[in-house]
Write a protein that binds this ligand. Structure first.
Ligand code: NAI
Length: 710
């Protein structure tokens, strides 16, 4: 049974949700059947019932709808009918007259919290780890179990929309102060006692919105004060998301349209919009990548299946610069002892101060106690002394990007650590196999490529060198999980996966400038495509000189291997920018953009028009396709070459690593979304117009012929 029915001697019925075969409760088909049966019983025994408690048999209350089940379904009728049926049941519960209490023993999200919203009283155990909220929007959906309708009626339009469009999750204390729940309990016994007491103290109960004197908090959409601000919402949303995300807009529509009509009509409107989203491409893309594939990664899909477990008590970080100080912070806050080593005490201290600042901010925001922050900071030992590295289970090197220096610090550290310890390099461009040649223990040598700023960016790209052992990989994987980041695993290659594919986006944008397209249009197309930053702006951030430097280095390295690198039109532009125009990027104070010295807003450099005269103007769609196709095609090549090992790593890596359009579900899902055959046809067209870099990989043709998808 998904829901157990138990009536005590006082006539209080406890409906205990207990999804079979899962660690968390979900709303699935079995729940639907059980819910129906329990409703029948509640109706039949109505006269002998004093009140109802909705509870959970698991550690958490309920995770929400069964997303795997939803993902497979494409029939609109299924979504609409099931939504309506659930809502009719919840409506019965909240209108049958007897008091209903939701006993929230742990996390209640999505459909789980929607059940609670149908109760007259919500009591939650005060555990800061418990999450309460309606995060459907993050999977391209809206709360379709009455969540939008009830939140709006409970909180008012604006506060409800804030919760719903952001998918905000809060702990019980915050939920109480925001009016999502009514009361806190200390533990399970207290929770059940309070639930019963409330029922016994109330003979009947109705929802505020069913009371004749009900007025919507803050006013309805026709209240002048509300009416005047309503149009701002969709406009702000368009500015932020370029209308690439249908869910937040649909939530606004349901909220506003629903606020103008009676409750049942409002929930029907909600079901219609929900059906539209649930059967649409964006939610399928987002569920596939942020649910199915992310879960696969987190459960160790890319980790060698070895019994060994990586345990990290003491971690050494070499180089207390931008990256090293961020890495030290992440390890320390995850409970590890950290030795942060730089060339002098002063520079090591500077790196530690970075953590001190971040911790101070956490304390001032109330996210951490002062004692806990001190504890974390005390775990970091800033030092210039390599002997302090003794006893480290793992060393992460983040010194300057110079081969000789990296070789030197590798030796220095390896001489002081155990044979079993791992040595990782955070190099951004140097192949791991080459660096490992200077290692005493190449089997224990691996790449851990972090992203900047380290404390914020969720991804770590693990790079496996030729000699890296499976055991080292497994342990490195465990380390990344231990610092609460998402690991993807790639094989060694120039630029690995993330930098290599990301570079194609940037160079495609620069090439378009060289062809004589308007710079502003190129930037706008990048943003409209769903990339977080335009290609020219991001080049300025990375620095044009670094790009030309890496290019030169690559040409030299490949020459040494007897290979040549194909020409790319972007490099004529970057060379001209760096050498002739002396505009090397943001750090140099001038790049594609102007950076006013008085701190004013950056803007595109007016000289671009003269340096790269406008000769043509591609349509935005053409620009978008070029910038997105080139990334998708390069990703397929990475898969073909074995740089990438699987599809989830490709998709998650692209979104978490460089912000590839999340609504498309990542670089490979982009191809599915476009339509596999349509993608190939369009790539051929781009190939004939813009050259070999758009060549369709044979593997893609083969997959299409076999009717396969990524
Ligand atoms: P940074 O210049 O901010 O820091 C490098 C630090 O290494 C400096 O504090 C320097 O004093 C220290 N150092 C130099 N010699 C040392 C030695 N013998 N022992 C200990 N420390 C020494 O550089 P950043 O940006 O932190 O980069 C470090 C590494 O991370 C580079 O390999 C870079 O390619 C890589 N990386 C950088 C990313 C970025 O966005 N900046 C992203 C991913 C990787």
């Amino acid at each position: 049974m998904a829901i157990n029915y138990n009536k005590d001697e006082q006539g209080i019925v406890t409906l205990t949700i207990d999804t079979q075969g899962k660690s968390a409760n979900v709303i699935n088909l079995a729940f639907g059947v059980s819910f129906r049966e329990n409703l029948e019983r509640l109706k039949a025994e109505k006269d002998s019932i004093r009140g109802i408690i909705i509870a959970s048999a698991k550690e958490t209350f309920m995770a929400g709808a069964d997303i795997d089940e939803m993902f497979k379904e494409t029939d609109p009728k299924y979504f609409f009918d099931r939504g309506q049926e659930l809502k009719a049941g919840l409506r019965y519960i909240e209108t049958q007259g007897k008091p209903v209490v939701a006993a929230i023993n742990g996390t209640a999200l999505g459909g789980g919290f929607e059940l609670c919203l149908a109760a007259h009283r919500r009591i939650a155990i005060d555990n800061p780890k418990t999450q309460i909220g309606l995060p459907e929007v993050t999977l391209g959906l809206l709360p379709g179990g009455g969540g939008v309708t009830r939140m709006v009626r409970m909180l008012g339009l604006q506060p409800a929309l804030q919760y719903l469009t952001e998918g905000k999750k809060v702990d019980p204390k915050q939920a109480l102060s925001d009016g999502l729940i009514h009361e806190l309990a200390t533990d399970k016994a207290d929770l059940m006692a309070k639930a019963k007491a409330w029922i016994l103290a109330n003979n009947t109960a109705i929802q505020p919105w069913d009371d004749r004197s009900y007025k919507m908090p803050g006013g309805t959409p026709t209240t002048p004060k509300v009416a005047s601000v309503l149009p701002v919402g969709p406009a702000m949303l368009a500015k932020k998301t370029y209308n690439n995300y249908p869910a937040p807009l649909a939530i606004m529509c349901v909220a506003v349209e629903g606020a103008m009509v009676d409750f049942d009509t409002a929930t029907r409107i909600e079901s219609r919009y929900f059906t539209h989203l649930a059967t649409g491409k964006v939610s399928k893309n987002m569920i596939k990548v942020f649910w199915t594939q992310l879960n696969a990664i987190n459960s160790g899909n890319s980790r060698p299946k070895l019994a060994v477990k990586g345990e990290f008590k003491k971690v050494g970080v070499l180089g207390a610069g931008m990256m090293g100080s961020g890495i030290a912070y992440c390890a320390a806050i995850s409970g590890m002892q950290v030795v942060l080593k730089d060339v002098s005490q002063e520079s090591a201290d500077k790196g530690k101060a970075y953590s001190e600042n971040l911790l101070k901010k956490r304390v001032s925001k109330g996210k951490m106690t002062k004692e806990k922050a001190d504890e974390v900071l005390n775990r970091i030992k800033a030092t210039p002394n390599a002997d302090d590295l003794k006893g480290c289970d793992l060393i992460i090197e983040a010194v300057f990007e110079k081969r000789e220096l990296k070789a030197e610090v590798t030796k220095e550290a390896e001489e002081r650590i155990a044979d079993t310890a791992i040595f990782a390099s955070n190099t951004s461009t140097l192949p791991i196999t080459g660096l490992a040649e200077k290692s005493m223990r190449p089997k224990n040598f691996i790449g851990l490529h972090f992203f900047s700023p380290v404390d914020k960016m969720p991804l770590v790209e693990i790079i496996v060198g030729k000699e890296t052992s499976d055991e080292t990989l497994a342990k490195a994987f465990d380390f990344v999980k231990a610092i609460k980041k998402t690991p993807i695993v790639v094989n060694d290659s120039r630029g690995f996966y993330t930098s290599r594919v990301f570079a194609t986006y940037v160079t495609e944008g620069i090439a378009m400038l060289g062809e004589g397209n308007n710079a502003r249009s190129i930037e706008a197309a990048g943003l409209q495509a769903g990339m977080p930053v335009g290609p020219l702006a991001v080049t300025d951030e990375v620095s044009l000189s670094l790009m030309t430097h890496i290019r030169k280095q690559t040409i030299e390295d490949m020459k040494a291997e007897g290979k040549t690198i194909p020409d790319h039109p972007a490099y004529a532009v970057t060379e001209k920018m760096v050498n002739d125009l002396k505009r090397a990027g943001k750090a140099a104070g001038a790049g594609f953009y102007e950076y006013p010295k008085d701190g004013g807003k950056k803007h595109l450099w007016s000289g671009l028009k003269e340096a790269f005269p406008e000769k043509t103007q591609l349509e935005e769609k053409e620009m978008i396709d070029r910038m997105m196709f080139i990334q998708a095609l390069e990703t397929v090549r990475c898969l073909d070459e074995g740089v990438l090992r699987n599809i989830p790593d490709a998709n998650i890596g692209s979104i978490f690593g460089w912000g590839f359009a999340p609504f498309k579900g990542g670089t490979l899902q982009y191809i599915n979304d476009y339509g596999f055959k349509e993608f190939i046809a369009r790539a051929r067209e781009l190939n004939s117009k813009y050259g070999a870099r758009f060549t369709v990989p044979a593997s893609l043709e083969k997959m299409a012929a076999e009717g396969k998808e990524f």
